[in-house]
Design a protein around this ligand. Sequence first.
Ligand SMILES: [Zn+2]
Ligand SMILES: [Zn+2]
Length: 538
Amino acid sequence: MDWADELAASVSGPQVINDSKTPSGTVHVGSLRGPVLLDVIVRAMRARGLEITYLYGVDDMDPMDAQALLTPDAVADAMGKPLAHIPDQEPDGHASYARHHAQVFIDIFAGLGVRPDRYYWMSEIYPTGEMDPFIRTALDRAALVRDIYRRVANVQHPDAWHPLQVVCENCGKLGTTIVTGWDGELVTYECRERLVEWAQGCGHKGTTSPFGGRAKLPWNLEWAAQWSLFGVTIEPCGKDLATAGGSRDRSDAIAREVFEREPPLNVPYEFINIGGRKMSTSKGHGAAAHEIAEVIPPEQLRFFFLRPKPNQAVEFDPDGTDAIPRLFDEFDRFAAATAGREVRGEIAPGYEGTFRYSLLDPNADVATEAAAFRPAFAHLALLVQVPNVDVRARVEAEKGSPLTPRELEILDERVAAARGWLETYAPERARLTVRRDGLPDEAASLDDSQRRYLAALADAVESRAPTGGDRWQDAIFATATDAGLEPKAAFAALYQAFLGRTNGPRAGWLLASLEADFVIRRLREAAAGERAGAGAQA
Ligand SMILES: [Zn+2]
Ligand SMILES: [Zn+2]
């Protein structure tokens, strides 16, 4: 997390940090990266005693340009209208389409510990008249704006084009209007049927005042105007906007040349690519932020965004993989290292900061949090599937002492996450049925070396009584090595003896989740080649 601390050290005086989003529809989880990075910048700067204002804008005067989330009869009327002027398409009481989708996003932020000091809605800002001076300047300098588009973005607007979108007085759309004249008080505009592909204008021509909410600035100008209006000093932005000649370059040039103010400091960040392959739709889960947030708790989700540097792209494919359990394991490794415990494998420098900024509470006691006992996610995902298991008792046995109230909270959160994962993203092999009623028929195909191995493992665990998945895993490997059996054949034997199939989840965690006396009995049955004849086992 050196980047955030270095950024905080590089500025002085009060800072205004801004982010904004168009509430156009369902939010992809990757778009949470920005808010989490901003929250970390805010925390790093506050920790240095800087006075920070964190703003979040909802660009709800943007025109509706994607019809996927509209009911079919609403499409013709709604496309091209400001998002704030379209009725909520869900019967859950929001004032508008924009309010509905913005609220989904804001709720997820709050759950991630991201709490901007102020949310502002452009549909409320324009009517106050606060944008009027910027609208006037943009219209007065229309030729300069056209020149900037030509120079910076190679976009050629007609000579009559003015940087403003009037809300058509006849049909209420603004995505379809073009301003062709400005006399210092009034603009002349046309609502063209075919100005854009995605919305149809009504053909109305009119003259109106551009002020007080009757019109909005196009996005690049609106963005630059927000910087001046709110005194923004820092605004990170995603790679999609930060390309050469892209949105950020245009707005930077407009800020400097049209509104005559230096643009804020940029912290560009890369994409999160969710799902190397197409996300499964059959089970109804995907990359929507609210769906991922139901399975990955806040601190692990913050960690997910913070572990890579902002300029690193991230591939994440949770569907049908162990990506989510591995995320928990990584979080736990960072916690353990922060607590000063030895961890397996390499760990990135700066792990303490990554762990600290992943915590939900900025004032949390980092040492206590790092030292808290966290049951391995994969282990819990097995335990919750084994009937009649007292999960808390098992976890306390593994820890060797009762859980603290905070550790109980962590356990509850992880149990819910494990269940959610099993219902959604988990691969089929993670879902299991332990064949408790008797030795599975499939175990009949075990060969002699596998049977000798199972007998040896029964002896080993009887004498050593391993606790916890790691120690079971060690015992499984060590016994296979002693017996001269390939690990693959050893694991297959275990899966056949307990699950009646040749693959399964991590065997150490599976066996640790079962009662030791059952495990030893089953190992011996399988080693002896006993068959579960009808009624042979109680
Ligand atoms: Zn709603
Ligand atoms: Zn119109």
